[in-house]
Design a protein around this ligand. Sequence first.
Ligand SMILES: [Zn+2]
Length: 417
Amino acid sequence: MIYRKEKNNISLKEINKKNILKIVIDVGQISRIDISRQLKISRPTTSAYIGELIEEGLVEEIGKSDSTSSGGKKAVLLQFRVRAGYILGVMIGVKNIRIALTDLGSNIIEIIKIPTEEWLGPDAVIDKLVKNIKEIIKKSRINKEEIIGVGIGATGLVDSKKGLVIFSPNLNGWNNIKLKEIIERKIGLPAFIENECRVQAIAEKKYGLAKNIKNFVCVETGTGIGTGVFIDNRLVSGDKGMAGEVGHIITNLAGNRVCHCGNTGCLETLCSTSYLLEDIADEMKKSGSSSRSSKSGLKLEDLYDLYNQGNEIATVNIDKNAEYLGIGISNTIKMFNPELIIIHGEVIKFGEKYLKKVKESVSKNTFPEVKDDYNIQFSEMGDNVGVIGAASIVFNNIFDLDSSSVAGHYIVKKIIT
Ligand SMILES: [Zn+2]
């Protein structure tokens, strides 16, 4: 079955059905009587609308509750039917692309990870992406008609309204790429795109540490540094999708290392993991202390080991990296005053020792009066956080259940199957 949004002639009944659906999705498991109470709609009307939602395949009954209602009968519980449709969630990172097929609850059914090989340029990377999307659909044996859309998180400056990757400092040749249009044309499904860090923040808000947090910042670490910001429960994108580019805040005026964006002195030049790797490999080579760096080239995985083992060159550089990341975080704290900062990406594997250094640096560089008021944590969502967030943007766009103005109401409608 296919769901689509319709904007015209939304009736009160449709608004009520949408509100019922929103409660069922938000609460998880709920009875008809509790929905009727919460929405202040009569019980027979609530039951009739729920009957329609069950027929449309969006809501299902899941047995009786443990407690009894006021009439003494155990109420039948309802829940959102996550298998009412499927979503493709894609994350285009600097090193890897992940493609997942999920249900409407972002549960992963199939997932593949392929190298981005960004040096090939956008055409080749997108062709590879399209080929793999088609393959994952085939492998899953799910009808394409049951997939409601493709959500894509991409590293770089993304204008989600225009469906454009404006510029991606770490992907070769990605300038003004009409990614939404290309994917819709080549795959034949609605596509939605968003910046990588904002996709992670969306995932944290829906499923992760930020579920009940109004103001928070997700910090992506790795080759690039970026943030996804929620203020008062709203994702901050800025006019053209450039908000949160903390990695390119000029932090080192004396710096002469050229950033991936072309400027010098960006925070990214101080705490990108690719520069960290370069610095440690250089120092080891100079000191002649590592056989690893001279043989096959030092890898990030080696750094995790060296840091844990207390290797001196690695420790000095990685601690410095943590300090710079802390400076970046303290800058975002001053800008946005978040309750929670969630760190994502490659530095998580450096572990608690690294996190402690980041926290020390934040304390040192933030207003003394509030220096310890911030909760800074590593993400607990794992490597698939991006595809889960990307799938969530499709769900949020198609179902659009948070829209509260009547003029802005959309309703999910089943069309001919
Ligand atoms: Zn930069």
